[in-house]
Write a protein that binds this ligand. Structure first.
Ligand code: CAA
Length: 257
């Protein structure tokens, strides 16, 4: 529906955005990211969608920002054009979003996967921040998000040597939440997304927002925020329904209210 470089599909309450420039290993050209940002804006407004999956091809989730597009740019082109603003649409997206990663997730590819709420990796996934090989460094959050996921030593190792991490190392380093065989990747992501989408949408959104707030505040502030948000959930019909369903030994029917 009006997209050239991404595919947007829906299955029930789950939407999937597939990056679709396979010949260029899904290098993140700016017009592709503008399409992705547009799709996310639409999905955020769509009450029927409870969770989004961001994925690529079997060979590449995304091999980074498009080097050919960037190569000749000057500082003012990048500064005035705010070159990675559309990529940040993932970070701003308020509903749950899962990265389903197969193949290469390098540079900007690794960075947009890390903006998602969690990463499910296929066993052929390879993660890396190889920008240093190009005479630059990560510019879409890699220096900040990777260290929070894997700690200083490994983040430094990845960004300074530019080496890749395989799926098993990504799992043991806490960069990804699960590793599954490539053939099961989309089924696993869909199952997780459907489970999330079946929960109360506002409660899932508040949960995501509260977890993300932990990156920005002290433990005491975070605990206070959590308590207030938890208390506020008792204004919702979904809290009443969820707890009643437990007592009545039935499945809850959330109304997103
Ligand atoms: N930008 C533009 N084009 C890319 C690309 C990228 N990041 N990655 C791959 N491609 C293109 C290749 O140029 C090639 O196109 P042609 O067929 O027209 O030559 C096509 O995709 C297939 O790639 P390869 O032939 O190189 O495939 P391979 O299997 O031999 O190697 C690879 C795969 C190891 C991923 C290799 O393509 C590679 O090293 N890619 C670049 C990875 C990288 O450096 N990413 C960081 C980008 S910078 C960044 O992201 C900045 C930031 O943080 C802000």
């Amino acid at each position: 529906m009006g997209y050239d470089m991404i595919e947007l599909t829906t299955d029930g309450a789950v939407a999937t955005i597939k990056l679709d420039r396979p010949k260029a290993l899904n290098a993140l050209r700016s017009d592709m990211m503008a399409e992705m940002a547009k799709a996310l804006t639409k999905l955020e407004k769509d009450d029927s969608i409870g969770c989004v999956i961001l994925t690529g091809s079997e060979k590449a989730f995304a091999a980074g920002a498009d080097i050919k597009e960037m190569a000749e740019l000057e500082y003012l082109d990048i500064y005035k054009g705010d070159i990675f603003a559309n990529h940040e649409a993932i970070d701003r997206f308020r509903k749950p979003i899962i990265a389903a990663v197969a193949g290469y997730a390098l540079g900007g590819g690794c960075e947009i996967a890390m903006m998602c709420d969690f990463i499910i990796a296929a066993d052929n996934a390879k993660f890396g921040q190889p920008e240093i090989n190009l005479g630059v460094m990560p510019g879409i959050g890699g220096t900040q998000r990777l260290i929070r996921a894997v700690g200083k030593s490994k983040a430094m190792d990845m960004c300074l040597t530019g080496r890749m991490m395989d799926a098993q190392e990504a799992l043991t380093s806490n960069l990804v939440s699960r590793v599954v065989p490539l053939d099961n990747l989309m089924e696993t992501a869909q199952e997780a997304a459907a489970k999330i989408a079946a929960q109360s949408q506002p409660i899932a959104m508040m949960t995501k927002e509260t977890i993300n707030a932990s990156f920005e505040m002290s433990l005491a502030q975070g605990i206070r925020l959590e308590r207030r948000v938890f208390q506020s959930m008792f204004t919702t019909e979904d809290q009443k329904e969820g707890m009643a369903a437990f007592s009545e030994k039935r499945k809850p029917h959330f109304k997103n209210k």
